[in-house]
Write a protein that binds this ligand. Structure first.
Ligand code: C5P
Length: 239
């Protein structure tokens, strides 16, 4: 359905976003709106993207009691977003409630936004998992368990590192979506990401969608960087 390239619009204001999007005028993108932008600009920014023909992943990572998540999701579905997410650690009932809310809020005739779960944040390492969160299982097994729980709770997929995509696909099946951030071109700066993967490698590992931010948004020529992404995803080499 949508392009597999989700561009993370981590900008502080509508003005900055509009400036970034100018060269893409006429090209429908799949954009990710996170807390930074959404908490400043609110639902109006979503309406703007939809009017411009872009698909929207609203990345708010909901985590609360089931009823609160259900009511919040009802409102998000009314915005016409295409993809939303929750934290799997909220548990089965909360994830089921998220889907109930999305079903209830989706306008008749429209498709329900898809919903994916965060298993463990990529900023969580083994030490933090054991010492701070007091989860005794290894990180990889925890991720795999949360992915299976998310699937059993009706989620359409998970956000995960591309390095975990193969494991998740083996456990949950090919149609369970793997949406993977931490993408960098081979000659890029890693920034604050720890384990990064190229677009081509992410595809080979089983990613359905890749989330890419600074490699596009901070590129000298964002349009050229986006073309390179398409080229590499399709197996092309870059000199
Ligand atoms: O600029 P960069 O490509 O690192 O941006 C990645 C995007 O994906 C950011 O919006 C970040 O918040 C998000 N993300 C991530 N790791 C996760 C979940 C989301 O990097 N596990």
């Amino acid at each position: 359905m949508h392009t597999p390239f989700i561009v993370a619009l981590d900008f502080p204001s509508k003005h900055d976003v509009q400036q970034f999007l100018r060269p893409f005028s006429g090209t429908p993108l799949f954009v990710k709106v996170g807390m930074e932008l959404y908490y400043q600009e609110g639902p109006a920014i979503i309406a703007m993207f939809k009017e411009q023909g872009h698909a929207v992943f609203l990345d708010l990572k909901l985590h609360d009691i089931p009823n609160t998540v259900k009511q919040a999701m009802k409102g998000l579905a009314r915005l016409g977003v295409d993809l939303v997410n929750v934290h799997a650690v909220g548990g089965r009932r909360m994830m089921e409630a998220a889907i109930e809310g999305l079903d209830a809020g989706t306008p008749s005739g429209a498709a329900r936004p898809r919903c994916i779960a965060v298993t463990q944040l990529t900023s969580t390492d083994e030490r933090m998992l054991h010492e701070e969160l007091w989860i005794s299982q290894p990180l990889e097994e925890t991720v795999s368990h949360y992915a299976a729980l998310a699937q059993a709770s009706g989620m359409d997929g998970v956000v995960c590192s591309a390095n975990e995509a193969t494991l998740i696909k083996e456990r949950c099946g090919a149609s369970f979506l793997a949406v993977t951030p931490g993408i960098r071109f081979a000659d890029d700066s890693v920034h604050d990401q720890v384990r990064v993967v190229t677009p081509r490698k992410a595809r080979a590992l089983g990613a359905d969608y890749i989330v890419i931010g600074r490699s596009i948004t901070r590129a000298v020529d964002p349009l050229a960087a986006y073309s390179r992404l398409q080229h590499e995803w399709n197996g092309g080499e870059t000199e």
